[in-house]
Ligand binder design. Sequence first.
Ligand code: SF4
Length: 553
Amino acid sequence: MPDLRFKPEPAQHTEIPRPKRAEGQWALGYTEPLNKNEQSKKDDDPLNVRDRILYTYSKRGFDSIDPADLRGRFRWMGLYTQRAPGFDGGKTAQLEEEELDDRFFMMRVRTDGQVLDAAALRALGECSTEFARNTADITDRNNIQYHWIDVVDVPAIWERLEGAGLTTVEACGDSPRPFLGSPVAGIAKDEIIDGSPALEEIKRLALNNPEFSNLPRKFKTALTGHPSHDVAPEVNDVSFVGTIHPEHGPGFDLWVGGGLSTNPMLAQKLGVWIPLDQVAEAWAGVAGIFRDYGYRRLRSKARLKFLVADWGKEKFREVLEKEYLGHPLVDCPSPATPLAQGDHVGVHEQKDGKFFIGATPVVGRIDGTTLTALGDLVERYGAVGARLTAYQKLVVIGVDGADTEAFADDLEKIGLTARPSNWRRTAMACTGIEFCKLAIVDTKERARRLVGELEKRFPDLDTAISINVNGCPNACARTQVADIGLKGMLVLDGSGNQVEGFQVHLGGALGLRAGFGRKLRAHKVTSAGLDDYVTNVVTAYLADRTDGEDFAT
Ligand code: SF4
């Protein structure tokens, strides 16, 4: 692989019209910071905060932390102040984010599609039980997320995690956020191409590299060589998706500019073929375009999707080829899109004759005790380890055929199941008001109760209906691409009081029917009325569906 730690010399600039108003695009000469976030990043590379955490803040405690680090650069180390207890959803709108700060942190550990062996699972579990009050959520970006972290414990946690090959670096912030990799890379029988070497190279290239530590905003990457497109590639900033060129064989198509939140956009497919050993170079090119041409004036416009929407994919490809790669990309039809994206739940044979087992907690919530117990199971059965999925689930890898039933039974004993109901299988929820300062409503616990209630009301549901519960418009649990997407907000109850509730989006999907759910004005529901609302929607769908008609249709 070529050394790509520094971006290639740009070739001649493509003809890009200079906008009338400065959007903070460095490549067009707008290098002066246009807001306080940009100023902070210019004042000091956020990666430098690591040493201050190790040698100052962890020794002197929370009150010693410089506010610019606390509310800014800490995020580059995967640390984010959690929401102080005692503020309801109404306060979220009334107070500045900082006023909701607790003295404890959320900490995000990135796994980037790597296999977590028994030692890594135990390290994750022990950090949770010793330092995070036994909290641990599996996020939909291949992370483990802790809460209740005290800054004085951060060096000990990092030492434990790094010993297991794990890091929190750039798990938040305006940086290359955790990478989504296929949970079945290298083992699935029907895989087009194993993208693991490319993902490792991207990680080596991207993390701790000042070339990519000051991006306009977050930058989300997904890579899969599996035909089920199991990493939600439509809603990432940059995605590499396995495809087969009629002459060159397996490689990757490049998709750019996907993202959700308040202006959702599906990624645009460039229709190219990139060989495995050139994926990292292409990633660096796309990240470089974002860094150099991305909008930095308004945070709400500072995602790659806005640039891609303004340029169009033809212009984007031209700039990538001419200025960043220095060679043209090979044309190739984009890969066939699956009807639904793979979650890999259940028992499946691998190409080496062993088996993988996809298992699910409820909406990603586990704890340290469970992680440690999973590590013990992996060791006891001689399995290889586990990967996290883009659906808040996990996949155990390398189980002997004779052990699959026993392993699945043991998973049940620790609160995971490889035989979930369709409700549990598809539901996701973001962090919500329990810990997130932007949240308006409770999500994890509300979703857990909803799943339990639906399992009772529709015990034999024969189709998957996904429900994604989000605490605010930011759509961290992908509001707009669920069958039933729920966006947290305050709504009026029957007595005219403001209470926790949701705006409903109906009929969103990824895969073949990829599109955003319809947001019907009238479809707002109180949190208390959610069980009955979903029951009515599902009852109506089941009564009216024709043969083979899924919910999104
Ligand atoms: Fe927080 Fe909103 Fe994201 Fe949920 S969707 S985790 S409430 S920012």
